[in-house]
Design a protein around this ligand. Structure first.
Ligand code: PRP
Length: 185
């Protein structure tokens, strides 16, 4: 198992910048929904760290739930861009103010499918909060309501984002030097 130091090209977003921006996002959400409650939905697994830090910065009453979707092999989506639900929510979202919490929007296919699915369940409102937005890679016309950072088209990991399922625990967003990275067996 390689130490990340062996293939880290650069720290794209240091821990302090992540936490400062998450604090701002939490405050913004708290203001926007003042006097109401919100229901945060996290898509496993990448969004987990962001969700737990974001929650601590939201001062209005809120609840959480989780869902999982299939990734079609090594991150490759089906040609239609559809994703398959592998773990559904535990609670009904009908009439709730839902905020979908994501670690990253890349092509936008995941978000597009999930929004269709959740929208059909008639929440009172449905918004998206993503930590990272790789705008250059977008394949579908979709935008998040709350964006932590717009990032360039680089191979990133850490803070929930994995490399072959590892390194999610790192407190910063790093860029991989693909020539130096060897996937674990
Ligand atoms: C990542 C991320 C988003 C999706 C974004 O999940 O968490 O859900 O990819 O890509 P898209 O905009 O091109 O659809 P991933 O499939 O890597 O699973 P993980 O969250 O379990 O790491």
């Amino acid at each position: 198992m390689q130490s990340y130091h062996e293939f880290l090209d650069e720290v794209l977003i240091p821990e302090i910048e992540l936490q400062d921006r998450i604090t701002e996002l939490g405050e913004q959400i708290s203001q926007d929904y003042a006097g109401q409650t919100v229901h945060l939905i996290c898509i496993l697994k990448g969004g987990v760290m962001f969700l737990t830090d974001l929650m601590r910065c939201i001062s209005i009453p809120h609840t959480i739930d989780f869902m999982a979707i299939s990734s079609y092999g090594l991150g490759v989506r089906s040609s239609s861009g559809q994703v398959r639900l592998t773990m559904d929510l535990h609670e009904d979202i009908h009439g709730q103010n839902v905020i979908l919490v994501e670690d990253i929007i890349d092509s936008g296919n995941t978000l597009s499918s999930v929004l269709n699915l959740l929208g059909a369940r008639k929440p009172a409102s449905l918004k998206v909060c993503t930590l990272l937005d790789k705008v250059e890679r977008r394949e579908v016309d979709i935008k998040a309501d709350y964006v932590g950072f717009e990032i360039p088209n680089k191979y990133v990991f850490g803070y929930g984002l994995d490399l072959d399922q590892y390194y999610r625990e790192l407190p910063f967003i790093g860029v991989v030097n693909a020539e130096k990275y060897t996937p674990s067996e």
